[in-house]
Design a protein around this ligand. Structure first.
Ligand SMILES: Nc1ncnc2c1ncn2[C@@H]1O[C@H](COP(=O)(O)OP(=O)(O)OP(=O)(O)O)[C@@H](O)[C@H]1O
Ligand SMILES: [Mg+2]
Length: 372
């Protein structure tokens, strides 16, 4: 069986992040709120899962906000995920639904069975209740429940920046912040992949979440640890590879967790078919990502495309230098500045260690025209 996975969030497929796991667990146990930033597919949700798995002394609630489109949605989702998380740890106790209703009385809770496997779940209906009031009170209700049960809760709000896209974003931010400030038993872990949007949310003086949480920016995986991890996974599956191959997988993907896992997975698959060179797996990786790359690229304006392409071809410390602008036909520095702003907002480029470059190593290879 392939020892690599791009969908699993389990410990076995997880390399390193030891320091982050320990700190996050400590923060969640002591009521310190944290905001975790990282680009897409960097392992944020997997990290949350690993952290929560070992917080058995807390009620853990994971909420992904990717699909919310309105304040009503946010309110409903919060009640749904919170009551179901609390319900799953209290389901064996008698009258648990009645006890939950005592605290979450703004909404209507009912029990039903999951169509797929028959497991019980709690349905939530806002009924005639005002969604604003529901949202305003949901964290306070959770806090009261925790106080009554003498057990802390940790709530993960994944893809939190999606809130910014909603027209009621100001209200939602204010209500959640208010609930957070009032509660004593609930720790928050905010996560997101649009780093610029999240930073604005947590670092701007005029926004409700200003200075509310500790920042934790996930780094790429250290190449040495990643190499050992890849080597060990091949070994356990009975297909050992040279250390140099494992190292090349880690280096080629620049320690980017998802791509390292995927390249290793593809190499394992090809090895099973007798194709032993790593270049074939690299090509398969870029091909498998090319429709995503294309989607990203076609949606950019012409000046943004030019800057992105230039940085994919030649990362630079002097993006605005005349020589660089000329070499890549980028036009005036002012138009490059506007493009850079937008590309940063989209988290497509960054200045890392003083060098302007693309965030995504596979997008860069694709833009270079499949240079394996
Ligand atoms: N620490 C890690 N070690 C090895 N592989 C990892 C690690 N973290 C993440 N991955 C790989 O990357 C994949 C994507 O991880 P995950 O879904 O947690 O990322 P994410 O940052 O939440 O992505 P998205 O931005 O799409 O929500 C995982 O399924 C796994 O294959
Ligand atoms: Mg995620």
């Amino acid at each position: 069986m392939n020892p690599f996975s791009i969908s699993s969030r389990s410990r076995t497929h997880f390399c390193n992040r030891v320091k982050e796991i320990t700190s996050l667990q400590k923060y969640m146990r002591s009521g310190i709120h944290v905001v975790v930033y990282a680009p897409r597919r960097f392992g944020k949700s997997s990290l949350a899962e690993v952290v929560m798995e070992e917080l058995s002394d807390l009620d853990t609630i994971y909420i992904e906000l990717f699909s919310v489109t309105s304040l009503d949605d946010v309110a409903k989702l919060l009640y749904y995920e919170i009551t179901n998380a609390l319900g799953s740890s209290a389901a064996r106790k008698p009258d648990f639904l009645k006890r939950l209703t005592e605290f979450f009385h703004r909404v209507r809770l009912s029990l039903s069975l999951e169509a797929t496997d028959g497991t019980p779940k709690i349905d939530v209906s806002l009924g005639d209740a005002s969604p604003e009031l529901c949202l305003k009170e949901v964290i306070t209700a959770l806090d009261a429940y925790c106080l009554k049960n003498g057990r802390r809760a940790c709530i993960v709000l994944d893809e939190f920046q999606e809130i910014c896209e909603l027209k009621e974003s100001k209200q939602i931010e204010a209500f959640l912040r208010e609930g957070m400030q009032r509660s004593t038993m609930v720790s928050f872990m905010f996560m997101g992949s649009r780093r610029r949007l999240l930073r604005d949310m947590f670092e701007s003086r005029t926004r409700p979440f200003y200075k509310s949480s500790i920042k934790l920016e996930l780094e790429r995986l250290p190449l040495a640890e990643l190499t050992t991890f890849i080597e060990e996974r091949f070994q356990t599956a009975g297909r050992p590879v040279d250390c140099a191959v494992a190292e090349e997988i880690a280096t080629y993907t620049e320690g980017y967790p998802y791509y390292a896992q995927k390249l290793a997975m593809l190499h394992f698959e090809l090895l099973e078919d007798g194709i032993t060179d790593l270049d074939s797996a690299k090509l398969a990786l870029i091909k498998s990502e090319s429709s995503d790359c294309e989607n990203i690229f076609v949606n950019l304006a012409a000046n943004q495309k030019k800057v992105l392409k230039a940085l994919a071809r030649r990362p630079t410390a002097s993006l605005y230098a005349n020589e660089y602008l000329r070499e890549h036909h980028l036009g005036a520095a002012s138009s490059v500045k506007t493009a850079v702003e937008k590309l940063q907002k989209l988290d497509l480029i960054e200045s890392r260690d003083g060098i302007w470059q693309t965030v995504d190593p596979v997008l860069a290879r694709w833009l270079q025209g499949y240079a394996v």
